[in-house]
Structure formats: structure tokens, C-alpha cells
Write a protein that binds this ligand. Structure first.
Ligand SMILES: [Zn+2]
Ligand SMILES: [Zn+2]
Length: 257
């Protein structure tokens, strides 16, 4: 898949002192999507349809709620709820029908031994499973997450382009601190898709050692953070360890720490 290049945000993120420039990018696009969903964009019919269908994941519902446009959020949520109720009714009536059939076949079991009771039991469990699966998917679906994923892929595509064609960016990339566990796979997958095998090998020779050096550095910073709690180390300098805990958590979990 081809994406349009968007070099300025990627350059800006790589100029920041951060454990993961893609967390910086994700924060930026997330803020702008949250604002746009509470602003005018949600009134556009195609956006409205997508929101009604998918809604938002727990993390983004929380951000939207905290943004203090309660009426905007209530309006979007109301139409999403109407559509959810419609789908849920279909699912629940299917489940009720299976439960009803299954109850009848269990009753039959007392009169007449037949395989239907076993089939009835199994299909009720399957129906519960499929309803639970639907609930789990519904709970996670999110139009903001979809857009963030698209933007991050676009930035990863841009990163590959800059790394291939811009010597200055290559230097900046080599001096960066690698990526977090949420964004490393995004970049790796894009590298595998965009680069020929020679360039891919060269890219990995830069990125992978960079990643491990920075994990080792964070481990040492975190260790010193824990040792500073020992009274014998009380007066020794913190060095760079004071905020080691949030930084290693970001490295391991991404921006949602
Ligand atoms: Zn990240
Ligand atoms: Zn989301």
C-alpha cells in the first residue's frame, strides 16, 4: 500500500529527546482526532455513519469525555447507542431462540434418548461464544484507533523514505533511542514491505542494536532508581534515573502508561 509522504511531523518527532518518536507522533494525531470528533467533522455524513457503526474504544471514550464537550459526545454516543441496540437485539433474539430450542431438546432427553440434546447443548455454547466474541469486538472497535493506525503507517512509510534518501535523517535516526514495543512492529513491518533486501538488512543493522543498547541503558537507569531508595545511596546523585520508571514503562507499553 502506498501512502502520501508527510515528512515534517516525522522530522519534528526525531528532533525531540524521547524514548519513542512514534509515541510523540501518536500523541499528536490522537489529540487532533479527539478535537475533530468533538468539533465539526462528526457532522459530515460519512464520518457520522462510521462513528455510529464502530463507536470508540475505552481509552478514547475516556479522552473524549475528559475533553469537556459533553453535549457533542452525548449526541454522537446517542446515535451509536441506537445502532448498537439494533444489532444487540438481533444477536440476543438469536441466542434466545437457541436457548429455547436447547431447553426443548434437553426435555426430550428425558422421554427419548436422542442425539439432539447433545447437539442442542453444543450449539447453545457456540451461540454464547459467538455473542461474547461480538461483545468483545464491539467493545474494542474504534474509529479513532483506526485513523491513528492509518497515520502511524503513513509516518512509518515516510520514515523509510527519509531513511533511504536523506543522509541527515539517517544520522538523526542512528542517534535516536529506538522505539517502544507498540511502535517497533509498525516500523519493522513497513521496513519489510518497502525496502529491498540489501537496504532492509542495513536498516536492521542500525535499528536492532540501537533498540538493545537503549533497553540496556534503561535497565541500568531503572536499577539505579531502585538503589536510590537504599539510605546509603541517599546523598548520591540521581544521574538520569529520576524519571527512569515512566520512561521504561513507555518503552515497554507505548504511550498508554
Ligand atoms: Zn512508541
Ligand atoms: Zn480507540
Amino acid at each position: 500500500m502506498k501512502y502520501h509522504l508527510d515528512t515534517i511531523p516525522v522530522w519534528d518527532a526525531y528532533k525531540e529527546d524521547t524514548e519513542c518518536p512514534f509515541c510523540v507522533l501518536e500523541n499528536r494525531v490522537e489529540t487532533s482526532y479527539v478535537d475533530s470528533f468533538l468539533g465539526g467533522s462528526v457532522m459530515e455524513p460519512d464520518v457520522r455513519i462510521a462513528v455510529n457503526k464502530k463507536g470508540f474504544c475505552p481509552a478514547h471514550n475516556k479522552l473524549l469525555y475528559q475533553a469537556q464537550n459533553r453535549l457533542g459526545l452525548a449526541l454522537i454516543t446517542h446515535t451509536h447507542t441506537l445502532e448498537t441496540i439494533k444489532k444487540m437485539n438481533e444477536r440476543i433474539s438469536k441466542l434466545q431462540k437457541t436457548a429455547h430450542n436447547s431447553k426443548n431438546s434437553v426435555l426430550k432427553k428425558f422421554n427419548l434418548f436422542n442425539r439432539k440434546s447433545i447437539i442442542g447443548g453444543a450449539s447453545l455454547k457456540q451461540s454464547i461464544q459467538s455473542f461474547s466474541d461480538w461483545l468483545r469486538i464491539h467493545h474494542k472497535q474504534c474509529i479513532i484507533c483506526d485513523r491513528i493506525d492509518y497515520s502511524l503507517n503513513r509516518y512509518a512509510y515516510t520514515l523509510m523514505h527519509l531513511w533511504e534518501h536523506d543522509k541527515e535523517f539517517q544520522d538523526s535516526f542512528s542517534k535516536s533511542k529506538g522505539l517502544c514495543f507498540s511502535h517497533l512492529p509498525v516500523v519493522l513491518d513497513m521496513a519489510a514491505e518497502c525496502l529491498n533486501s540489501t537496504k532492509l538488512a542495513k536498516f536492521l543493522q542500525t535499528l536492532l542494536p540501537l533498540q538493545m543498547e537503549n533497553m540496556d541503558r534503561l535497565e541500568k537507569e531503572l536499577l539505579w532508581f531502585t538503589q536510590k531508595f537504599d539510605y546509603r545511596n541517599q546523598d548520591k546523585p540521581w544521574g538520569s534515573s529520576k524519571d527512569a520508571l515512566p520512561r521504561i514503562l513507555q518503552k515497554l507499553t507505548g504511550k498508554y502508561m
